[in-house]
Ligand binder design. Structure first.
Ligand code: SF4
Length: 455
């Protein structure tokens, strides 16, 4: 999971892009970067670390220009090193410069890379973004226009890619035919064009009207205006449907974002209500969500049951998201640093504990221990997603299937290991019922039905 940003037509492009990346920081915390053009030179700055630490004033002063693309990275393919951070820049001494940042993973990376290497294209990283920009640069070197190079990319390269690409004077945004990862764009009051992974970025940057980048869409922005380029008709015909990531609604995105035509908080509230409908006879004193991504699921559950929602767990917001720490040792420590029980709150209470998902099962076990130590009389765990049984191939770092708790233990064993009095998950058909267009989503990590096979 990563976040992208693109800004065209603002003298404050680097500042706006920094604010955008800061707003998307939850999508990736390992590294961040930006490429900024003043029309003559594309300057790149990227580093390991958080946006607030990497893009301080001195750095921003060294990035003049009205065109910027940027990225926050959570590593999936390729290790957490600065080589793999984005954007990637391709420069020629007297010729053009190209930069690209992308969100999502490619499923035929190895085959495409081998083909390019056979044509003497060299790589400095293992990152999908570098493959995309080098593919485009190579096609341009063969005489293709940029938009045609991107159309060829869409035929040859399979997977999830919501991407921003720039030259010294133009910004392009493009998205894979299945639209797996989110991507929205619009114009600010001052006429600057902004594209981002999440619509909350557009809100914060003052964009008046947001639009989705269409499936297999290519949008070019330059001094002459914004052009929605024609799709490759063959490509469009081959595509059966969208495959939006359903997990964006459950966990990844901010609740104030609007994805694939639906408010994230709205979907989460519906999920909570569905979970509550599965508990008609359960008598409890309060509903406690695991903050933050489960908060709105908790709101939906509490409203449906007519019992109070309580913020019984206090989260330290400076630790980061537990799920997206890549090393298990770091993740184990993070749980203790991250959550604490409200003093004197849980004593003798019957609690419905809400979490959005269970991956390995280690985090929730520790949270349950914290609540038990605080004196809860009963804990009933409700999970706002179906059981995760398969790895994601499209940009989310779910572990190998053998590490997933749902593949290692039965439901009753998971309940016992977690130490709760009862455990229920949302079923897949219940999740589908919470979405306006359920057939347009990917659920592969739940049901193993991949919209694109890995090759
Ligand atoms: S496999 Fe799961 S996490 Fe990956 S794109 Fe599909 S729904 Fe999203």
């Amino acid at each position: 999971m990563c976040g992208i940003i693109g800004v065209f037509g603002s003298p404050e492009a680097a500042n706006l892009a920094t604010l955008g990346l800061f707003t998307e920081q939850h999508r990736g915390q390992e590294s961040c970067g930006m490429a900024v053009s003043d029309g003559k030179v594309v300057r790149l700055h990227k580093s390991m670390g958080l946006v607030k630490d990497v893009f301080h004033e001195d750095v921003l002063d060294s990035l003049p220009g009205s065109l910027a693309i940027g990225h926050v990275r959570y590593p999936t393919k390729g290790s957490a090193t600065s080589f793999n951070s984005q954007p990637h820049l391709v420069e020629t001494l007297f010729g053009p410069s190209y930069a690209l940042a992308s969100n999502g993973d490619l499923v035929n990376y190895a085959a495409v890379r081998a083909k390019l290497e056979a044509k003497n294209v060299y790589f400095n990283s293992d990152n999908d973004g570098e493959l995309l920009v080098k593919y485009i640069a190579w096609q341009i070197s063969q005489g293709y226009e940029i938009a045609d190079a991107i159309r060829l990319l869409m035929r040859d390269i399979k997977g999830a890619y919501s991407s921003v690409f720039c030259t010294r004077s133009e910004l392009y945004m493009f998205r894979d035919p299945l639209s797996i990862r989110p991507m929205v764009w619009g114009k600010t009051r001052d006429g600057a064009v902004v594209v981002a992974s999440e619509s909350c970025v557009l809100d914060i940057l003052g964009v008046l009207e947001r639009r989705e980048v269409p499936p297999a869409g290519i949008i070019r922005v330059n001094s002459e205006g914004t052009t929605v380029m024609e799709n490759d008709p063959n490509l469009y015909r081959e595509r059966h449907r969208n495959a939006y990531c359903s997990f964006e609604h459950i966990y990844f995105s901010r609740p104030d974002s609007f994805h694939f035509g639906e408010n994230v908080f709205d979907v989460r509230e519906k999920i909570g209500a569905r979970l509550a409908q599965k508990d008609p006879d359960l008598q409890v004193d309060c509903v406690v969500p695991v903050p933050d991504s489960s908060n709105f699921i908790g709101v939906g559950y509490a409203a449906e049951k007519g019992i109070p929602l309580s913020i019984g767990l206090i989260r330290n917001h400076y630790v980061g998201r537990t799920f997206i720490k890549p090393e298990q040792t770091i993740r184990d420590e993070s749980v203790h640093q991250k959550f604490n029980a409200l003093p004197n709150f849980f004593e003798g209470k019957r609690v419905v504990l809400i979490d959005d998902s269970i991956v390995r099962g280690t985090t929730i076990r520790k949270i349950v221990k914290i609540i038990k130590r605080a004196g809860a009389a009963e804990i009933h765990l409700r999970i706002g997603s179906p059981q995760i049984c398969h790895s994601c191939h499209y940009g989310i770092d779910t572990p190998h299937p053998e590490e997933l708790v749902a593949n290692r233990f039965s439901l009753e064993e998971i309940r016992q290991r977690t130490g709760v009095d009862s455990l229920k998950y949302l079923e897949l058909d219940e999740l589908r019922a919470c979405l306006h267009s359920p057939d347009e989503y990917c659920y592969a990590c739940f049901n193993g039905q991949y919209p694109l096979e890995k090759s």
